[in-house]
Design a protein around this ligand. Structure first.
Ligand code: TRP
Length: 452
């Protein structure tokens, strides 16, 4: 084990690392995407496959990212370079870090737009604008928002500034402070919503939907979606976890820590589902409504229930916080790189990067109005960036990281960081060399060439 620390700083304790990494992992992927893809893919069996993927692919890759970052104590590009060099591997492996940074920037540009939608919904829930709306009215309200670039620009700008401000403040003052306050608040808010869901009279129905395993509802394609999502939800494949790992204390056990993060991320997704589905069923709505599930159906549900204004506002605040702590993590690897490479101040690097992602975000928010004619391979800018990052860049990053950790890094160095029992190390190594890359390669193949 080494005694180096990152010039960016380090987490105050193992728990702060867990909170920060969980803050990154828990985001729109858990609260918005997980429930709607579970709804679209028939519930129980899909959830089971998703859980298996988290455990068999996600957790081992996350361990690899953490140890690479912690071993080098540098930004992902330099970390990969150093770790490769130590094992006499090619320095070209650092290209994973470069691709990851690009993925982070591209993801941020549409993530911030969706973060902006959430901020807008906090406002309209708070003012009571959505009280008593029908599903048609809620649909029209959401459609109207998409076609209103000036409103979108306002919220996207606010969301970008909020994120850049935290990143600029640095690892200890910025990310850590926000995380320390916000993550516990997030759990409390979710539990309140779960408590509410239990009073709707449809909790059993929601529970059965998520946990009653019916394999006849599972298609090969759903299984692939589950694997892909397990990847996205844990923030893997682009160096986020590598950068966060570089600030981790050297005493902490990577295996236990990563298991905790995976468990917390999964818990939040499951609790979000358990809070949302009973509300959907109690209001006779369709669980398979798709991406509109949260922004269209939930305001209708909240608009009808007692204290709906309060619970609706709380819910969107919760989603906003989750999106915020994830967005921070999308910028952190690149800011760390700019600071270390060009010896510039963190605040300068953050603002420079912030301007780039903010401008790219404008291209995304215009996709629904003034830029709707701009398409790449038949997709508007927003959908295109979502597609190439989540479906191509992250899985590719994941394969490369596991191959690197399994085949290039010498076992003694990996084990020096991981400190696993012999059996567990063999299992992890097997996963890096074969299971994870093969599984991700299959997903990647079928995402590019859909089955039906
Ligand atoms: N995991 C986050 C979510 O579920 C999104 C996210 C943040 C992410 N950082 C990432 C995804 C890095 C992939 C890579 O919303």
């Amino acid at each position: 084990m080494n005694n180096k620390t990152s010039i960016q700083g380090s987490w105050a304790s193992r728990w702060i690392f867990i909170l920060a990494a969980t803050g990154s992992a828990v985001g729109l992927g858990n609260i918005w995407k997980f429930p709607y893809i579970t709804g679209e893919n028939g519930g129980g069996a899909f959830v089971l496959v998703y859980l298996a993927c988290i455990l068999l692919v996600g957790i081992p890759i996350m361990m690899a990212e953490v140890f690479i970052g912690r071993r080098a104590r540098k930004n992902p590009i330099n970390a990969l370079k150093d770790v490769a060099e130590e094992s006499e591997g090619s320095k070209s492996w650092s290209i994973i870090g470069l691709m990851g940074m690009l993925a982070g920037v591209l993801i941020f540009s549409f993530y911030s737009v969706v973060g902006g939608w959430v901020l807008h919904y906090i406002k309209i829930m708070l003012t009571g604008e959505m009280l008593g709306v029908t599903s048609d009215q809620a649909g029209a309200a959401f459609g109207g928002l998409l076609e209103d670039p000036s409103t979108l620009l306002f919220w996207h700008t606010l969301f970008s500034i909020m994120t850049v401000a935290v990143v600029a403040a640095g690892v200890n003052k910025g990310i850590e402070t926000v995380t320390r306050v916000m993550m516990p608040a997030l759990f409390v808010l979710l539990l309140i919503l779960l408590g509410y869901a239990m009073t709707t009279g449809s909790f059993g129905e929601g529970w059965d939907f998520m946990f009653k395993v019916d394999f006849s509802a599972l298609t090969w394609n759903s299984a692939l979606i589950a694997l892909g999502h397990s990847f996205f939800t844990l923030s893997l494949g682009m160096g986020t976890i590598m950068a966060y790992g570089s600030y981790m204390t050297k005493q902490a056990s990577i295996g236990k820590t990563v298991l905790t993060i995976g468990a917390l991320d999964t818990l939040v997704a499951l609790v979000a589902g358990l809070a949302i589905f009973p509300i959907i069923f109690a209001n006779n709505m369709d669980p398979g409504a798709g991406p509109g599930l949260m922004f269209i159906s939930l305001p209708v549900a909240f608009g009808q229930m007692p204290f709906g204004q309060l619970f609706g506002t709380l819910f969107f605040v919760l989603v906003g916080v989750a999106a915020w702590t994830s967005a921070i993590s999308l910028l952190e690897p690149t800011v760390a790189f700019l600071v270390e490479k060009f010896k510039i101040k963190r605040i300068t690097a953050s603002i420079a990067l912030g301007i780039v992602v903010w401008a790219l975000g404008i291209a995304c928010l215009g996709s629904f109005s003034f830029l709707s004619d701009v398409t790449f391979f038949g997709k508007n800018t927003f959908d295109f960036l979502d597609y190439i990052t989540a479906n191509i860049m992250l899985p590719l990053g994941g394969i490369l990281i596991s191959l690197f950790a399994g085949w290039v890094v010498k076992d003694k160095f990996a084990q020096d960081e991981l400190q696993l029992s012999n059996g567990m190390f063999k299992l992890w190594n097997l996963s890096m060399k074969f299971t994870a890359p093969i599984a991700v390669a299959i997903v990647l193949y079928f995402l590019i060439n859909p089955l039906s």
